[in-house]
Every structure is written in structure tokens, then in C-alpha cells.
Design a protein around this ligand. Structure first.
Ligand code: NAD
Ligand code: DAU
Length: 347
């Protein structure tokens, strides 16, 4: 099968590329990524070495209608759409970039897919579209109404609605996954886990927002990839599938676990101001994907955290490379989203 992956140079997308290459020796992957700050500079090279002639990479904006040339050239049979602006704090500072990529980019892909033979299309979404739970509330199901609180979550909810509308209106072969907080190797060190690990390894303060009692539901990134694979192969068009390992933990507890694994003191913990409209608790019910698609998580939180901490300890140069000021200076000076038709792709 020829699979087009958007955002395959990012955290989860790059794991999915690796997962598919390893699991399906016949699969061919076409990775379309605009290489924003969130794509580590080493990822493109790493994946192309892994994929050999089964792997093709295009630096391209998902808002660009010329993406259809890639669909046609490679006779794309399936799409897994990861590309997004993904960090909540950045969405609070600059919602426009989130509207552009997450909403307009998704709409562009839906139109292109429709014009290019209507391949199976998995839209990778998030539990954040459901909003926030109180401590004693039951976990979110696929029927829970959308109630996003951050600009990021609102942009993802909007893209979900466009996907649902395209499926209903044009009978496109579309499926949505909504997953909880991912962790694992290669996560950009602005997200809680790699940020805590990197700061602690450098003996810097570890920032905890508010009282640190916000709850997140953690899943190892490879378990997420397994869930997406199950939905890609067996999911029913028009359906939403929640993906969760049911590992709810308050942030402060998680941070303390990480510090213990690193052998660093809790005195590094520094309480800082809270995120505006900070969701108090996420918790997702995965019964549907478990019973209908036989998916089950395989990595326990304790094992996954241990393995992840070790990876960041061993691969220090990976995260150091993207934490220095020059890295961000480059993106401030050079990264301007281009107009919709200014593709650099030569086909
Ligand atoms: P990430 O920020 O690590 O990677 C996003 C990738 O998209 C980057 O490689 C970036 O270069 C690319 N990209 C951004 N804008 C683009 C554009 N206009 N055109 C083409 N490529 C572009 O994100 P992630 O954490 O890997 O998340 C991937 C997807 O999974 C997102 O859709 C996110 O909403 C969803 N998700 C993430 C989590 C999580 O915990 N990280 C949980 C559930 C769902
Ligand atoms: O739930 C899925 C979502 O998980 C994905 O859709 C998002 O793309 C992903 O970024 C993530 O969103 P969160 O906002 O939950 O992740 P983040 O790592 O930014 O923060 C996790 C929790 O930790 C959150 O409650 C905020 C808190 N936090 C975060 C940072 C960066 C801190 O206390 N200190 C920090 O420095």
C-alpha cells in the first residue's frame, strides 16, 4: 500500500513512519512535512536512511493545493494526517498559525483527497476537543460533545467537524482518531515530559503550572501508532475512535516520578503561573477501539517512563540541538508560512 503521511517529521508522525516501515515490508511511504520548528533537523535524514527506496520525502505546506501532484505521482491509496501546530502554549500566543495549518490545511487535504480517488484518510485528532473533566466525571466517550478551551483545541475540533462534514456530504472514506497525551523518544522539548527531563538533566528549574494537580492521561507513542494502524486498516468510515491507555496522573506526581528516575532532587520543582483556561483533567474511554478493532495498549506507564528517561539521557545531543537560541533565531528569521500556491516542490 502507498501511504501518504503528513507531519511525518514530527514526534508522532516520525514514529508512525518507522512503525509502518518495520511492520509492512511492502508498504511505501510518502512523507509530506513543511519542516517547521517542531521537525527536528535530523529526522528527515534518519527516516530516509531507514526507508530507502520505500520512502519519499517532500517539504511542503499542507495548505498548498499543489499537494495533489504528489497524490497523483505516487498513486496514493491511504492518508494518515498528523501535520499540525500542536503546542497549546503557542496557540495562546499565536492562534493564527493554528487556524491556518490545523483548519485550512486539513480542509485543503480533504479536497485534494476527494479529487484524487478518495483514498482512506485517517485524521489524527486529540482528546482536547472534548474540553475538561471534573475529578469525579466519567471519562470522555466518542459521543461526548466537543467543548474545546484553548485555541489549539478549538482548531482541532474545527478540523474534526470539517472531516465529519466531508464524510457525510461527499461519502469520503474518512476516520478520526482522538488520543490522549503521548510520550516517548523524539518529542520536541517544549512538551511537559521532555522539558522536565532536559531541564532536570541540566539542573535547571522544572516549571509546574498552577498547583500541578491537573490530570493528564498518558500513552506511549508506539501504542498510539498501533491504534492508528488498527483504525487505518479496520476502522469504519465516518467513525471516531478514542485511543487511551487509561493512565491518568496529576502533573505533579508525574514530574516527581521523572525526577526520581533521573536521580534529581524535588527541589528543582518551581511552581509558576497557570496556563490560561488550563484544562483540569483529561480522561478518555477506549472501549470502542478495544472491542471493535481489538486494539490494546502494550506499554505500562512505569516501563514507558523508564525507557523514555533513558532515551533522553543517552540522546542528549538530540535535544540539546533544538534547545539553543540559534535554533529558534533561525525559525524566527526564516520560517514564514508561504502563500497557498508557492510550492517549492519539483515533480
Ligand atoms: P509535532 O508538533 O511534533 O509535529 C507536527 C509536524 O507537523 C511537524 O513535523 C511539523 O513540521 C509539521 N507541520 C506543521 N505545520 C505544517 C504544515 N503547514 N504543512 C506541513 N507540515 C506541517 O506534533 P505531534 O505531537 O507529533 O502531533 C501530531 C498530531 O497528533 C497532531 O495532529 C496532534 O494534534 C495530534 N495529537 C498529538 C498528541 C500529543 O500528545 N503530542 C496527542 C493526541 C493527538
Ligand atoms: O491531550 C493530548 C494533547 O496533549 C495533544 O493534543 C497536544 O498536541 C499535546 O501538546 C498535549 O497537550 P498538553 O497541553 O496536555 O501537553 P503539555 O506537554 O503542553 O502539558 C502537559 C501538562 O503539563 C499540562 O497540564 C500543562 C502542564 N505543564 C506543561 C509545561 C510545558 C506544566 O506544568 N509545565 C510546563 O512547563
Amino acid at each position: 500500500m502507498k501511504v501518504l503521511i503528513t507531519g511525518g517529521a514530527g514526534f508522532i508522525g516520525s514514529h508512525f513512519v518507522e512503525y509502518v516501515l518495520a511492520k509492512y515490508p511492502q508498504a511505501e511511504i510518502v512523507n509530506v512535512d513543511f519542516l517547521t520548528y517542531a521537525a527536528h533537523p535530523d529526522t528527515v535524514e534518519r527516516l530516509s536512511v531507514l526507508g530507502g527506496n520505500r520512502y519519499h520525502f517532500y517539504k511542503m505546506d499542507i495548505c498548498d493545493p499543489n499537494i495533489k501532484n504528489i497524490f497523483k505521482k505516487h498513486a496514493i491509496e491511504a492518508v494518515v494526517h498528523f501535520a499540525a501546530e500542536s503546542h497549546v502554549d503557542r496557540s495562546i500566543l499565536d492562534p493564527q498559525a493554528f487556524v491556518r495549518t490545523n483548519i485550512q490545511g486539513t480542509q485543503n487535504l480533504l479536497q485534494v483527497a476527494r479529487a484524487c480517488g478518495n483514498p482512506r484518510f485517517v485524521h489524527v485528532s486529540t482528546d482536547e476537543v472534548y474540553g475538561s473533566l471534573n475529578p469525579s466525571d466519567p471519562t470522555f466517550t466518542e459521543q461526548t460533545p466537543l467543548d474545546p478551551n484553548s485555541p489549539y483545541a478549538a482548531s482541532k475540533a474545527s478540523s474534526d467537524l470539517l472531516v465529519i462534514a466531508s464524510q457525510r456530504t461527499y461519502q469520503q472514506d474518512l476516520v478520526i482518531t482522538r488520543c490522549t497525551n503521548n510520550y516517548g523518544p523524539y518529542q520536541f522539548p517544549e512538551k511537559l515530559l521532555p522539558l522536565v527531563i532536559a531541564n532536570a538533566l541540566e539542573d535547571k528549574p522544572v516549571p509546574v503550572y498552577g498547583d500541578g494537580m491537573q490530570v493528564r492521561d498518558w500513552i506511549h507513542v508506539v501504542d498510539h501508532c498501533r491504534g492508528i494502524d488498527a483504525v487505518l486498516r479496520k476502522g469504519k468510515a465516518g467513525e471516531v475512535y478514542n485511543i487511551s491507555a487509561q493512565s491518568e496522573v496529576p502533573n505533579l506526581v508525574l514530574v516527581k516520578k521523572l525526577l526520581a528516575l533521573l536521580g534529581k532532587p524535588e527541589s528543582l520543582i518551581t511552581f509558576v503561573g497557570d496556563r490560561p483556561a488550563h484544562d483540569r483533567r483529561y480522561g478518555l474511554n477506549p472501549q470502542k477501539i478495544k472491542s471493535e478493532l481489538s486494539w490494546n495498549p502494550q506499554v505500562t506507564l512505569d516501563d514507558g517512563l523508564k525507557q523514555t528517561v533513558q532515551w533522553y539521557q543517552v540522546n542528549r545531543s538530540w535535544w540539546e540541538k533544538v534547545r539553543n537560541k540559534d535554533y529558534f533565531k533561525y525559525y524566527q528569521e526564516n520560517y514564514q508560512p508561504k502563500t497557498a500556491t508557492s510550492s517549492e516542490v519539483q515533480l
